[in-house]
Design a protein around this ligand. Structure first.
Ligand code: 3H9
Length: 707
């Protein structure tokens, strides 16, 4: 990346218009050299007597992706964005920002301070700061509100969504959209504005869209979202800033925003969400992969199993414009699966998240079949039938017979051994796990599981494929439960054992919700139904694969099922239900007391903090073992897995990040204390001990320099 302000923003005069070209790879972020370059070039253009107007444009068909996220939390250097905006806002020569690619966050804020904006039709604009735990701190909350009104501003800034150039034109965020040559059109536009003469418009001084704002809008927004936003700072501050833009004088509003921005910048949730931004991008990279290896081209996808999972995977595929053939064992299965897919689409039309035309276009890419021969021209086939090794092996044998050479043969198994499945084929190098999460059309995670013989090309292909269909890929190694379900098992087990020690299901749920999980563990289990897991356990008990006499085996779930308490659907589970309303049930407390008595487990009371620390420390210890065994490539991959697959609160950054914020030393203390009490289920991970001893973070960096 160039650090030279002279090259970060280039200067050229074309037909009396100074063209300032921002060339600061990879995404023209507002890093210090770029800000310095902008100040110098704007001053140069101001002083250049041959110049009548100024165009600011980005190189490589993109405008500016916002603040340089790598600068957050570091000492500030170079001129501020506000200084650049001041130069543009007070320029006697009209400034036109020419937007292409993305104009996001501080990039859009830069453009909003110019009197004029023209956009290429393919450009996208947005203020996505909220996704980083921030608010638009470059005047974005003030100028946007004054341009589009508080209701639209709240929608755009709180969602952080990107909108198209034409939508931006309709909202008055840009002045013109062009299908032609953006640079030439911007120059012509700037010349015309220079000819018209000033004064030029200033968004910050507009009153028309904020006059008479009803303050109830802000109160209603806060009240409606209070639960959803619990534990975060930025969304609340965004509402405050938009209110300030609607009610205060311009300078006071900008000052209000500046203070609110600083508050967000220093909040732990900002560090967590920025961690997640980089973690998500890192997760897609495969360590040690031969750089010469290219992913195979995927044009047609096969999916086996038209159940909820297969249907969801097929929807993700066709939503991204790829052809998909969906196969099931029976016509009834296919019909039911298709009905479900259509039903899901109908719901999204009703909600307004998709248009009927988009859905028709997607469904046109979907075909169905009862015959494996339909997979002969597929580039990847994903098996998503129920978890039974014999059936999966039979399916992979059939795939081996019909699929073309080089097709990726993927299994959506969440538990079974990839190598055993691959052994059913003569091409184990093409076999890999692609573990999706339910509902697969919604959940972002794709946990790709490499088998012992999966080739680099197969790995590269599924990583690229997952991104292509809008998922966040993570690469895992082959072990029981991979990354996600291996830790999930510990999460559930530890919570269950805490109940035996004296906590109640409702207290554990309250503690987990308070931490930020969308739903408590026991409410979720009751909602899904307890009988499926019970039957699976019965099967394993009969096969001698589960030892129920162990002190670590929590028998509560089995006893609830034996009493006919299958969860919400039977009116009782961990809770008692009136319809969907759950209430604590003293009967469950009684069962727990009896279990504890039989096991000789001493009972005590827990605080919510203790519950969270206990459960999460067990998860983190398992995460450290997963890292140490090379099942996860890096600690942040575990965070990405938990956030996109298991509802871990984003503003906590994932279990491993949470642990490093708390201090790995504290986690080790909890682990060791429990190890002394409960034995080997709490055996400290060697990696955790090693990092604490060396004063390092998960990546082996000294703790003080951790991001
Ligand atoms: C802000 O603006 C605050 C202001 O309000 C306050 C001002 C006072 N900085 O995503 P990609 C890197 S907050 C530094 O794979 P794509 C990224 O890590 C900011 N680096 O590309 C990756 O690096 P690597 C508000 C950044 O084409 C490489 O660029 N803005 C930044 O799929 C390529 O990224 C946002 O939140 C950055 N701002 O998508 C926008 N952005 O190759 C954040 C990216 O080493 N960015 N990188 O892994 C994005 O949404 C996408 O990157 C974008 C391109 C859509 C632009």
């Amino acid at each position: 990346m160039s650090q030279d302000p002279e090259t970060a923003v280039r200067y050229q005069v074309v037909d009396e218009v100074a063209v300032l070209t921002i060339d600061f790879p990879p995404v023209n972020a507002l890093g210090a050299p770029m800000r310095e370059g902008m100040v110098r070039r704007l001053e140069q253009a101001g002083e250049d007597a041959s110049v009548k107007a100024i165009v600011v444009i980005g190189a490589n068909d993109r405008f500016v992706a916002g603040a340089d996220i790598r600068e957050f939390g570091k000492p500030r250097v170079g001129p501020t964005l506000q200084r650049i905006q001041g130069l543009m806002e007070t320029s006697v020569k009209p400034v036109v920002c020419a937007l292409d690619g993305h104009a996001l966050g501080g990039g859009l804020e830069l453009a909003l301070a110019a009197p004029f904006r023209i956009a290429a039709v393919r450009a996208k604009v947005g203020l996505p700061e909220v996704t980083l735990g921030l608010l638009p701190g470059g005047g974005g909350t003030q100028r946007m509100t004054r341009m589009v009104g508080p209701d639209v501003a709240l929608d755009l800034i709180l969602s952080g969504r990107h909108i198209s150039a034409t939508q931006a034109l309709d909202l008055g965020i840009v002045d013109a959209v062009t299908q032609g040559d953006l640079r030439m059109d911007a120059i012509a536009f700037a010349k015309a504005k220079a000819a018209e003469g000033g004064p030029f418009p200033k968004a910050i001084e507009r009153e028309d869209k904020v006059a008479g704002t009803d303050r109830a809008l802000f109160e209603q927004t806060r009240a409606a979202n209070a639960r959803k936003w619990a534990g975060t700072v930025a969304p609340f501050k965004i509402v405050d800033c938009v209110e300030a833009a609607s009610t205060m004088a311009p300078r006071a509003g900008l000052e209000f925003e500046r203070e609110a921005f600083e508050l967000c910048l220093n909040a732990p949730s900002r560090a967590a969400q920025v961690h997640l931004f980089f973690a998500e991008r890192e997760a897609a990279k495969v360590i040690g992969l031969d750089p010469a290896v290219r992913p195979r081209d995927i044009r047609k996808v096969g999916v086996i199993g038209a159940g909820t999972m297969g249907g969801g995977i097929a929807m993700s595929v066709i939503n991204s414009g790829l052809n998909c053939v969906l196969l099931d064992a029976t016509q009834e299965g296919l019909d039911a699966g298709l009905d479900k897919v259509r039903g899901n689409y109908a719901t999204s039309v009703k909600r307004g998240s998709r248009t009927q035309a988009q859905i028709d276009a997607a469904l046109a890419l979907l075909s169905t079949s009862l015959d494996y021969a339909a997979f002969s021209d597929c580039d990847i086939v994903i098996e998503a039938v129920f978890e039974n090794m014999a059936i999966k092996q039979e399916i992979f044998g059939k795939l081996d017979a019909v699929c073309k050479p080089g097709a990726v043969l993927a299994t959506n198994t969440s538990a079974l051994d990839i190598d055993e499945i691959a052994a059913a084929t003569k091409r184990p190098q093409d076999v890999i796990g692609t573990h999706f999460f339910s509902p697969a059309n919604v959940m972002r995670l794709c946990e790709n599981v490499r088998g012992a013989k999966s080739s680099d090309e197969t790995i590269a292909t599924v990583m690229a494929f997952a991104k292509r269909i809008g998922k966040v890929p993570v690469l895992a190694g082959n072990c029981e439960g991979f990354i996600g379900n291996r830790i999930l098992k510990i999460y559930g087990q530890e919570a269950d054992l805490i109940l035996e020690e004296g906590a109640t299901p409702w207290q554990v749920d309250k503690a987990l919700k308070g931490f930020g999980f969308p739903m408590g563990l026991y409410l979720m289990r009751d909602m899904s139904g307890l009988d499926v897991g019970w039957r699976m356990r019965q099967g394993r008990i009969e096969a001698g694969a589960l030892d129920t006499s162990s002190a670590e085996y929590p028998p509560l779930a089995d006893q609830l099922c034996e009493a006919g308490r299958f969860g919400q659907k039977t009116g009782a589970g961990y809770y008692r239900y009136e319809g969907r309303d759950a209430t604590p049930d003293p009967e469950v407390e009684q069962i727990l007391a009896t279990i504890a008595q039989k096991k000789g487990t001493p009972r005590r009371s827990f605080t919510d903090e203790e519950i969270v620390e206990q459960i999460l420390s067990a998860m983190v210890n398992e995460g450290a073992k997963i890292l140490e065994e090379g099942i996860a490539q890096r600690s942040s991959d575990i965070d990405v897995t938990y956030i996109y697959g298991y509802g871990f609160p984003k503003h906590r950054g994932g279990p491993m990040f949470w642990a490093s914020q708390l201090g790995l030393g504290r986690i080790l203390e909890v682990v060791r204390a429990n190890h002394a009490r409960f034995g080997d289920r709490w055996k400290p991970a060697r990696l955790l001990e090693a990092r604490v001893t060396a004063g390092q973070d998960w990546d082996g960096k000294p703790v003080a320099s951790a991001r």
